[in-house]
Design a protein. Structure first.
Ligand SMILES: [Zn+2]
Lengths: 280, 69
């Protein structure tokens, strides 16, 4: 379908890029990206992907907008307090760009809904705030052969990596198992500078745009870190996918999504006694 | 001897082990850090025994949550 005049104008700064062009913009409009978490990372990612004309954007989050969110979750405003985050996010995204479709999921992601929700999307962004969710997203993406971009932020630091099936290690190849609850500080406990969410969330949006259009090189096989106090980026080359990885390895033991919060007891007690310690 | 830690050149004692480097670098939550040497992950049970060599490239990879709430 040819572009309308309005689309030509709206996306003109993309279309003029040789890496994107008319072809790339069409791919963006045909693209489907799911953002898990309408919070610090999801907010800027959702706004830039909406503005970019990613044709279908899904956003999942069970929370409502809280005053303490507004320091960094720039998709929500003071008027949105108490509203479901996905509703507030959708309103902002459609206000930026009515040319797109936004699917909202006002629910927690867990082992029962993850595969059904992920199935319809081309690329997933992990903007979650906890490790059980990060491992759930990784495992579901490996099982469904979906690419995704992991990210995390804390204090003045952030990091991200992109998984593409068959092209490099998954999150579990690197981090093995979730750390015990409260063993590693969260943003709520340790704090986070608001702009860090913007920096890393925008990097995730960029990964999604690059995946959909084929522009440049993805952060597959790399963990990219940013130290905001020093102003330093660092790209860590990762080892190849681990053949012994519990989900993407040659003899996987994880064959369906796992809820860590609920399954934590039998998980640690039964099969992973040694592995929980071994975080190498 | 000289090694690279997190992209930065460091002068460390000859034959320093991964465990000693973790202590020296004051790595946060050392129980949960992932370590790679020359783009290869080191098993946690080998941290004490694994001695580093001149010009080794060491990376510490951290769990980082945060993002939504
Ligand atoms: Zn893996």
């Amino acid at each position: 379908m040819p572009f309308t005049n309005e689309q030509l104008e709206r996306y003109s700064r993309h279309i003029i890029l040789k890496e994107i062009g008319v072809k790339g913009q069409k791919k963006l409009l045909a693209g489907k990206v799911l953002i898990v978490g309408a919070g610090g990372l999801g907010a800027p990612a959702a706004m830039y992907l909406a503005a970019a004309g990613v044709g279908t954007i899904g956003i999942i989050d069970a929370d409502e907008v809280d005053l303490s969110n507004l320091q960094r979750q720039v998709i929500h405003t003071t008027n949105d307090l108490g509203k479901p985050k996905v509703e507030s996010a959708k309103e902002t995204m459609l206000a930026i760009n009515p040319d797109i479709t936004v699917n909202t999921y006002h629910e927690f992601l867990d082992s029962t809904n993850v595969l059904d929700i992920f199935r319809d999307y081309d690329f997933i962004l992990d903007g979650t705030d906890n490790f059980p969710a990060k491992f759930l997203i990784n495992d579901a993406c490996v099982l469904l052969k979906k690419p995704f971009c992991h990210a995390g932020i804390i204090r003045f630091k952030g990091q991200l990596m992109t998984y593409v099936p068959g092209e490099g290690p998954c999150y579990r190849c690197v981090f093995k198992n979730p750390p015990p609850k409260d063993a590693v500080p969260t943003c709520k406990q340790a704090g986070v500078i608001g702009a860090m969410a913007g920096i890393i969330g925008c990097m995730q949006a960029l990964e999604a745009v690059k995946y959909l259009t084929g522009a440049g090189e993805l952060l597959t096989g790399y963990l990219q870190t940013f130290d905001g106090l020093k102003g330093e980026w660092h790209k860590i080359k990762l080892p190849p996918a681990d053949p012994d990885c519990a989900v993407c390895g040659t003899h996987p033991t994880i064959l369906k999504p796992v809820d860590y919060e609920q399954a934590a007891c039998d998980w640690h007690a039964s099969r992973d006694e040694g592995v929980a310690e071994d975080n190498s | 001897m000289n090694i690279t830690v997190g992209g930065e050149k460091k002068d460390v004692k000859d034959g320093i082990t991964v465990s000693e480097l973790i202590a020296q670098e004051k790595v946060e939550t050392p129980e949960y850090v992932t370590v790679s040497v020359n783009e290869e992950f080191i098993k946690r049970e080998d941290f004490d025994a694994r001695k580093l060599k001149e010009s080794d490239n060491v990376e510490f990879l951290y769990f980082m949550g945060g993002g939504a709430r």
